[in-house]
Design a protein around this ligand. Sequence first.
Ligand SMILES: *Cc1c(COP(=O)(O)O)cnc(C)c1O
Length: 481
Amino acid sequence: MALRDTPANRDELLQQLESARSHDVPWKSGRAFGYVFETGDDAQALGKTAYASFLTENGLDPTAFPSYPRLENDVIGWVLDQTRCPAEGVGIFTSGGTESILLAVKAAREAARAARPDLARFELVLPITAHAAFFKAAHYFDLDVVTTAVDPESFRADPGAIEAAITERTAMVVVSAPSFAHGVVDPVAEVAAVCRARGVWLHTDGCVGGWLLPYFRALGAKVPDYDFSVEGVQSMSVDLHKFAFCAKGASVVLFRAPALRRHAAFACGSWTGYSLVNFGVQSSKSEGPVASAWATLQAFGHQGYRAQVEGMHRAAERVRAAVRAHPDLRVLGEPCMSLFAIASDTVNVFHLQDELRLRGWHTRSQLRRGPSPENVHVLLTPVNDRWVDAFINDLGEAVEAARALPPSELAAQLREMFANLDPADVSDDVIAGMMSSAGVSQGALPGRTAEVNQMMNALPTAIIERALVHYVDGTFRPARG
Ligand SMILES: *Cc1c(COP(=O)(O)O)cnc(C)c1O
């Protein structure tokens, strides 16, 4: 649609915006898992007020807006305390986990370059459970990814495999606390011992768990040490816009000492404009997210978070107990928070996901990768608590419905086809044809997604990635005119 010529009526616009989200995941119902981290409290409402009140201030220039470093320094200090960082610790407030991870990787690469100026290329050692954002960082910063195996039962990183993967080119090793896919905490102390001995930078990805894990641990969840209390952990990422219930656009990356953070900085005096210096990817940026996080964290306080975690811990334990008691389902590994993966040896989990959605539950499926079988990912937040019984009941019904559905013929054909085919020989037309056979057209998914997921699950990684780009390319196409 073309931009109108005359200014629009305010109410009409707001109405149109409201209708624009009519097909969005109905997160307010408490039946969607993992996109929106809501508690439904006044604490969060206050955060939204703070967001709007600082929306217009610009975090570009701390000399013009000293409020920005003031609020950021408070927030960073609280997360340094939560992660038991020594007094010299510093951090950077960022727009999200991805930016936090990009900056940590960039810093580690600069540190490696400084330490080994004779080498031209560097590597990132990633257990296959490390978040996709690290693969993105390697892609952006031209690092080579070296993936390492994880234990096939616990899905925790294997310190021996990491040790074997470290070379003189290793810029960083990554562990998760916990991993997004399985919700398990890696053996951070064991990996840290390896990294210390080899002089390699270790990053703990606490994006999803870094804020709440201490409260889960206090309730008895078995959580090994993962934070700066482990000697050798040089940096950590902690998202505030997930399990600290802050508004989106809020994460931090922490460094054990200022000398490490300095490698993340960028300064420019080369152009004709103002002198630019900052630690983040963004330059001009709203002060809304940091003001909102500052308000939300204090509106909860430790007591408020502890109360939220009590409910989440109970709910997650009940759902996992029901999954473990079900003869067709199992929980992968031993998750310690409220996010976990449900697999089945007898029922197709992609049909299971569709059947859950037909009953109003929005979960995500995860493809088979290494020893991790295809599964349905569940992430409980406080708004899901009241629905636990209904979810457990519907999960049982969904299993029965999924059991009756046939496996995908398309997936079987593709599996056979790709067994003897070099992915490099596959044309874009073939990818487009596959997607349309599975029911994807112009960026729109079919009502049932099992066919698409089974197809993806049958494809080599390089083809999956091209199919994903094909999808997103179709989704973001403006209708001009
Ligand atoms: C969410 C997440 C990230 C990436 O964070 P974004 O905020 O989505 O950019 C990285 N690591 C883990 C473990 C996560 O859960």
